[in-house]
Design a protein around this ligand. Structure first.
Ligand code: ADP
Ligand code: MG
Length: 142
């Protein structure tokens, strides 16, 4: 499904709506350029799950964890994680044990160890400055 948003608030609202389809064990792989709105969408997902606190980019922390009534959530930013050794060092694989909702920015850097099934959210810049094209899909390997 493709959506166009016109502000960060609209992208957050889309994330909040998308969150209603998520359950523990779901993995969401984000892709799209720096500043596209991956963290904005994630902020919406956490709002949609009922989290009311601050949601910040985990760029430096690598991972942020949240507890909501609906699920435990791990939010990764793998921008600086460039090989599978580094992934294992941060214990990334352990988060894929099916107990949490796992949201992954720069998921390209974990392509080799993503599970067989996951959702994808691709965000691109649109025609006008604050336009974003958000494409939500699902991958199901055999
Ligand atoms: P990413 O995590 O993809 O690097 P962020 O969510 O951190 O991106 O930042 C997105 C930036 O783009 C923010 O500064 C936000 O205000 C701005 N922005 C402008 N229009 C939009 C939009 N439609 N959706 C999301 N962010 C937008
Ligand atoms: Mg980000």
């Amino acid at each position: 499904m493709e959506y166009i948003t016109h502000s960060p608030e609209e992208t957050e609202a889309l994330g909040a709506k998308f969150a209603l389809s998520l359950h523990p064990g779901d993995v969401v792989a984000f892709s799209g350029d720096l500043g596209a709105g991956k963290t904005a969408f994630t902020r919406g997902v956490l709002r949609g799950l009922g989290y009311t606190g601050r949601v910040t980019s985990p760029t430096f922390a690598i991972a942020n964890e949240y507890h909501t009534d609906r699920a435990d959530v791990a939010h990764f930013d793998l921008y600086r994680i460039l090989d599978s050794e580094a992934l294992f060092e941060i214990g990334f694989d352990e988060y894929l044990d099916g107990s949490k909702i796992v949201l992954i920015e720069w998921s390209e850097n974990a392509a080799d160890i993503l599970p067989d099934s996951y959702k994808t959210v691709h965000i691109q810049y649109g025609t006008f400055e604050n336009d974003r094209v958000v494409t939500i899909d699902e991958v199901k390997k055999q």
